[in-house]
Design a protein around this ligand. Structure first.
Ligand code: IVH
Length: 668
């Protein structure tokens, strides 16, 4: 393709992809399939690779993030990022209204909005393009997190329409939707990791991650609620938000004009209940005077505007006594502190325990023995301690210090720099870790061994019959039937279950090994890309991170797992017992209709698959193999030594040329 054509096509694709992004992430109304979207994106990526001079920083391809690490630069805010005064009752909202009416004698309107509980962000647009995104920081200056923010699909990189100001700032909240948060925690749980505390902290942490690729995978969302600039023509805050919506910003639909205090109260009462049905966390309602002229008249105090107030929803909470702190050791050795509380009723349930998450939380709370603590049951499932009533602290009570040694095996705990959790490093000798690994191994999503559960494992371990996963395959009927409350039938069931586990597919065996950070999804990715355990065991960190979706942390953990000879031995024994350590032939190609309607021409030689294999894969996935390039060709799948005439023909007709890796990605 010549330069001019390429430039035009890049522009066209950029426009189309921006439209589709907007339809999908802002309007929630996609008009094309994910697959079609990916195809357009791939075409753009290829063109930008071939003609890098036309690849802009705000291209839709930048949404996937780059792997470049960098420390964040601090930049000053043009207008300080202030906070809002809080109101905790309708009475306090009425006081706020009275204060305004003393100054403003004309009639005016309020705008009621949800108060999103995320991480605030300031976005700067110039000539319709996102140029900078800055965190709140200390209110005066924040971190430049532009590269990370570019990966948030609901934030427009280029604005729609043409009536936006040449230069302006828009502020809002970056959020992690509950669904994304819960899925992430599920993965962590499966990987035996410490769970994340709440979506707000996770969103804030994600924004500050150094790898934009990881940020992209975290699926953040953003709602915008405040426009600032010198020459903004619209007086109404509500009206300017509606305009911002036209420019492509995600503005909450739950934004209402309220003509008087009663209408404001209606909004508060409605959302106090209804907020639990929202996809993202909210912690109140922000009430703002609509007219910007009136806002200017009212002005600011040192800390917050006089024209707005945040009404905070009440989190259900109670005060109770801390009885003790106990420590649980998980399957991976992570030590989690748990507060044991005097039972207290919160939101209809009796709360006896609360997670303290990690040592930092205990230190930040400055928790002492026998403290009276405030316990809150917010949107999160696990109740949390939000504070200490210091006035109730018994004299001479001692500070709670995080334990130094494993409560189960006595080994000194370790903490990796940058990680919140303490770990017991004695992974092959610490009872809860040994048992935990076996429990994980037999669990439903792993080897799914019938008849073997937590209790049986406990029994087998305490009787000295098993001391690790490989021992499970040496169990005999006599040993099992001889156990308490176990008959011949149950023994047989377990042996059958163990036998059946020998045909459990490789990706689940890999997951079952219990390697840190190798959850179900990661195990699938590894199996799909590397096919067998031999291809994983001896890989370097760099080789592993070359695989899409395998980051530093996962790669390091895999390398560290295989740095221990005992682990190779485990695999040798399991292999000997007939477990699957490679993906089966027919798994290599998944039958799908992912390539339906697409015509491929294959040219050249390939690294990972033979031409015949590739042809089979095309057909297995609903695509068609064609011999020569024509207008009807969708893609040329090119390997090394592609014929020059084919190359010329493809370029002439503007047919995208894809590599073997591109092709394999299409099938993912
Ligand atoms: S307006 C000058 N509107 O709450 C005040 N803030 O406690 C501009 N927040 O820093 C803020 N939802 O991070 C505004 N609909 C909303 C909001 C909102 C959440 C956050 C924001 C602000 C904090 C103040």
């Amino acid at each position: 393709m010549d330069r001019q054509k390429a430039q035009a096509r890049i522009q066209e694709l950029t426009h189309q992809l921006n439209e589709h992004n907007y339809n999908y992430y802002v309007l929630n109304q996609p008009t094309i399939s994910d697959f079609e979207f990916d195809m357009l994106l791939k075409e753009l990526e290829q063109l930008e690779k071939d003609f890098p001079e036309f690849a802009g920083v705000n291209s839709p391809t930048q949404r996937v993030g780059s792997d470049l690490s960098k420390d964040f630069e601090q930049v000053p805010h043009k207008y300080p990022m202030l906070s809002l005064a809080n109101a905790y009752s309708e009475g306090e909202v009425a006081d706020f209204d009275n204060r305004i009416r003393k100054v403003i004698e004309t009639d005016f309107e309020y705008v009621c909005e949800l108060k999103f509980d995320g991480s605030s962000i300031s976005l700067i647009y110039e000539n319709g393009e996102l140029v900078r995104a800055v965190t709140r920081g200390d209110g005066e200056k924040g971190d430049d997190v532009t590269a990370n923010v570019r990966t948030i699909r609901s934030i427009p990189l280029k604005l729609r329409g043409n009536d936006y100001p040449a230069s302006f700032e828009i502020r809002g909240e970056v959020l992690m939707p509950f669904k994304v948060f819960n899925d992430l925690n599920k993965e962590l749980e499966e990987a035996g990791e410490q769970l994340l505390a709440n979506p707000r902290n996770t969103a804030a942490g994600t924004l500050k991650m150094k790898n934009a690729k990881v940020v992209a995978a975290r699926k953040l969302d953003a709602y915008l609620y405040y426009i600032l600039g010198e020459n903004l023509s619209i007086d109404g805050h509500y009206e300017s938000l509606q305009k911002a919506k036209e420019w492509g910003f995600k503005i909450s639909d739950h934004t209402n004009i309220c003509k008087n205090l009663d209408e404001v109260f209606d909004f508060l009462r409605y959302w106090d209940k209804e907020r639990f049905n929202l996809p993202v966390a909210t912690d109140g309602v922000v009430i703002k005077v609509n007219s910007k002229k009136i806002q200017e008249n009212l002005g600011f105090t040192a800390k917050s505007p006089r024209w707005a107030i945040a009404f905070k929803f009440k989190a259900e909470n109670a005060a109770t006594k801390l009885l003790s702190v106990s420590y649980q050791v998980g399957r991976t050795g992570a030590v989690t502190p748990v507060a044991n509380l005097e039972p207290v009723l919160i939101a209809g349930t009796v709360v006896k325990r609360a997670s303290l998450h990690n040592a930092d939380i205990i230190a930040n709370l400055d928790l002492h023995e026998n403290d009276t603590v405030f316990v809150e049951k917010g949107g999160e499932i696990i109740p949390k301690i939000t504070g200490v009533d210091v006035s109730q602290r018994p004299p001479m009570s001692r500070k709670i210090e995080f334990i130094k040694n494993c409560p189960e095996c006595g080994t000194q705990l370790v903490r990796t720099e940058g990680e919140a959790a303490f770990y017991c490093p004695n992974d092959d000798g610490c009872p809860p870790q040994i048992k935990g690994k076996m429990e994980h191994f037999v669990s439903r999503k792993a080897m799914d061994i019938d008849g073997l559960g937590e209790e049986t494992i406990e029994l087998l371990y305490s009787q000295g019959l098993v001391n690790g996963i490989t021992d499970l395959y040496n169990l005999t009927k006599e040993q099992l039937a001889g156990l308490d409350r176990m008959g011949e039938k149950s023994a047989e069931r377990i042996l059958n279950g163990l036998e059946a586990s020998k045909s459990v597919p490789f990706e689940r065996v890999l997951f079952a090994l219990g390697i840190r950070f190798v959850g179900e999804t990661v195990a699938k990715t590894l199996a799909k890309n590397l096919h067998s355990i031999e291809n994983i065991q001896f890989k370097t960190k760099e080789e592993l991170t070359a695989i899409d979706e395998i980051g530093d942390k996962i790669a390091e953990s895999i390398v560290s797992y295989f740095s221990k000879p005992e682990h190779h031995e485990i695999i040798r024994v399991l292999k000997e017992n007939g477990l699957q350590f490679a993906i089966s032939e027919d798994k290599m190609v998944d039958k799908t209709d992912k390539l339906k309607g697409l015509n491929f021409v294959i040219s050249g030689t390939f690294e990972k698959h033979s031409r015949d294999e590739l042809k089979d894969m095309i057909e297995q996935n609903g695509g068609k193999n064609v011999g020569s390039i024509s207008k009807k060709t969708s893609y040329v799948l090119a390997g090394d030594n592609m014929g020059p005439s084919k190359l010329e023909k493809a370029n002439e007709l503007g047919i995208p040329i894809i590599s073997e890796d591109d092709f394999l990605k299409m099938l993912e």
